[in-house]
Design a protein around this ligand. Structure first.
Ligand code: NCD
Ligand code: ZN
Ligand code: ZN
Ligand code: ZN
Length: 351
């Protein structure tokens, strides 16, 4: 067996995870979701508001923030959800969240903004210092770019997946507009051929795309793409195999091994990986520093991704069977080792 080559990276930040609290605790909860995050090298995660009920009121938000504070193994920050029904709460919600999540196209969950009046109200009220993150597919991205230009304020595009979308965002950036974007590992490593092979386990929004789309995302990785985010969207196997399978796939534990494999193969530099998975996400969302925090990875470890030993409550990954090179060996958060050799060291590190 090859000896270890250990390298320290800063604690990674994932700006797009679904921790399913409240209302979806059979899929994931704050403990299992943050255990998956830590096992995957993430020490900060940004939780999405498409829960049941959704995080569109201060009451709902503060209840889950208290819960996360008690059980989370790493730092969890929250998005507020944009909804036509609670626009009056936006200024207060902004105080305790890192961004506003706006679902402009259909996906899993109750949140959806269809009308211009709600869009305008969100863009008028949400503070300029915090991004509005949009689920926007295809030409809806042009709507987001138009709003960023009209209001002169930052807009972050979630899970960009298509060649024409990334080209449009590159164009907006070239013209100085304050837009940023993330891509997911599943849109970088899987195509519509995998969707056909995986069935519901390969279904998510946006859907897996063509090889040409995947190639375009890789071509923009050193320039247009700001961050890698997992869109960790756990659903149970029973739900995925059931009659109305919800879209979404888990990703917290597979993202870093996949991206380290790309580094080993010379498709990406380690510096760029660290920018995409730690520095730039922290800068875009103004996330607090985590002193004495790092992730130690073994660059030599070769293994095959599988459903076994996952920390996510859903217990499966669409990347099962894919060979990778690069493994999380240890994680330290604020001076304390919290993960080592496959084990969560302490059940609870933040008081
Ligand atoms: C996400 C989920 O399950 O919450 N599903 C998905 O297919 N990506 C919702 C989302 O991020 O759009
Ligand atoms: Zn989405
Ligand atoms: Zn999502
Ligand atoms: Zn060890």
């Amino acid at each position: 067996m090859a000896s270890k080559t250990l390298v320290r990276l800063p604690g990674l930040a994932d700006v797009h995870v679904h921790l399913r609290v409240p209302g979806g605790e059979h899929k994931e909860d704050f403990f299992t979701g943050t255990a998956a995050a830590v096992a995957g090298g993430f020490t900060t995660v940004l939780a999405m508001p498409n829960t049941t009920p959704p995080l569109v009121t201060c009451e709902a938000l503060h209840a889950v923030q208290q819960q996360a504070q008690m059980v989370a193994l790493c730092d969890v920050h929250f998005y507020a959800g944009a909804s036509p029904d609670h626009l009056d709460e936006l200024p207060l919600l902004a105080q305790d969240t890192v961004g506003l999540k706006l679902y402009a196209d259909q996906t899993y969950g109750p949140l959806r903004v269809d009308d211009l009046a709600t869009l305008l109200s969100c863009f008028q009220q949400w503070p300029r210092t915090k991004p509005i993150a949009m689920h926007a597919e295809g030409r809806t991205i042009a709507v987001g770019i138009g709003l960023a230009a009209a209001f002169g304020r930052p807009v972050h595009f979630c899970h960009v997946s298509r060649a024409d979308e990334i080209a449009l965002i590159a164009q907006a950036k070239a013209n100085g507009l304050p837009v940023t974007c993330e891509v997911t590992p599943h849109h970088l490593f899987l195509t519509e051929a995998d969707a056909a092979r995986l069935g519901p386990l390969g279904d998510m929004r946006p859907r897996l795309a063509t090889q040409a789309d995947v190639d375009a995302l890789w071509a923009h990785l050193d320039t247009t793409v700001d961050c890698i985010a997992t869109d960790h969207a756990p659903h149970t196997l029973a739900e995925k195999r059931g009659p109305e399978a919800p879209p979404g796939v888990p990703g917290l534990e597979t993202a870093l091994p996949l991206m380290l494999t790309a580094v080993a193969e010379g498709r990406l530099s380690m510096e760029r990986l660290v920018a995409l998975m730690a520095h730039t996400p922290r800068r875009i969302f103004g996330l607090p520093e985590q002193p004495e925090t790092w992730v130690e990875v073994d660059l030599n470890a070769r293994y095959t991704l599988s459903d076994a030993n996952l920390r996510t409550k859903c217990g499966w990954t669409p990347f099962t069977g894919i060979p990778v090179q690069g493994k999380v060996h240890r994680v330290q958060l604020r001076g304390q080792i919290i993960f080592e050799d496959g084990l969560i060291v302490s059940e609870r590190t933040r008081f």
